[in-house]
Write a protein of this length. Structure first.
Length: 160
């Protein structure tokens, strides 16, 4: 009989000790915050991920490609926005050793002719013109102010 009482007493003490440890971990139950599992590994508010430099360049090129009612003027010749975007992408590949950042891209590949030094212009429907480099710097500022909400990998032009 003493043995049974001793075993029961040990069980009760062990059970009480376990209960004390669970309270030390905090509240439990359906309304308690998660302490393990997928929900626990995600912070309540995660800082916004910023775009990589390659992603910024791709966004700039895409912006140019989608411009409505505008033409690009390169060395006096008018080009569609799609043609201008293709030219910028080709120039990015060609000048990749000089381009590390989106600002480098604008300066090296999207602002002026490498052959004549003449600035690229964007002519809008109302007849106004803007230098491509100045326009793209404003677009870049908007891109940098907006956090990346996707998790797509960065792309970089392939080497020939």
């Amino acid at each position: 009989m003493k043995l049974i009482i001793s075993i029961l007493a040990s069980s009760l003490l062990f059970s009480a000790a376990c209960d004390d440890r669970s309270h030390a971990r905090g509240p439990t139950g359906p309304d308690a915050p998660a302490t393990s599992g997928p929900a626990a590994s995600q912070p309540a508010s995660r800082p916004a991920k910023r775009f990589t430099e390659n992603q910024k360049i791709e966004k700039l090129i895409s912006h140019v490609e989608k411009l409505q009612n505008a033409v690009f003027v390169r060395n006096g010749d008018e080009h569609t926005c799609v043609e201008a975007a293709k030219h910028m992408r080709d120039k990015w590949k060609w000048k990749r050793s000089e381009i590390r950042t989106a600002r480098d891209f604008i300066r090296v590949a999207a602002s002026k002719s490498s052959m004549t030094g003449r600035p690229y212009l964007i002519r809008f429907k109302n007849g106004s013109e803007k230098k491509s480099g100045e326009y793209l710097l404003r677009v870049l500022k908007q891109i940098e102010d907006k956090p990346d909400t996707t998790s797509q990998p960065a792309t970089r032009p392939e080497r020939p």
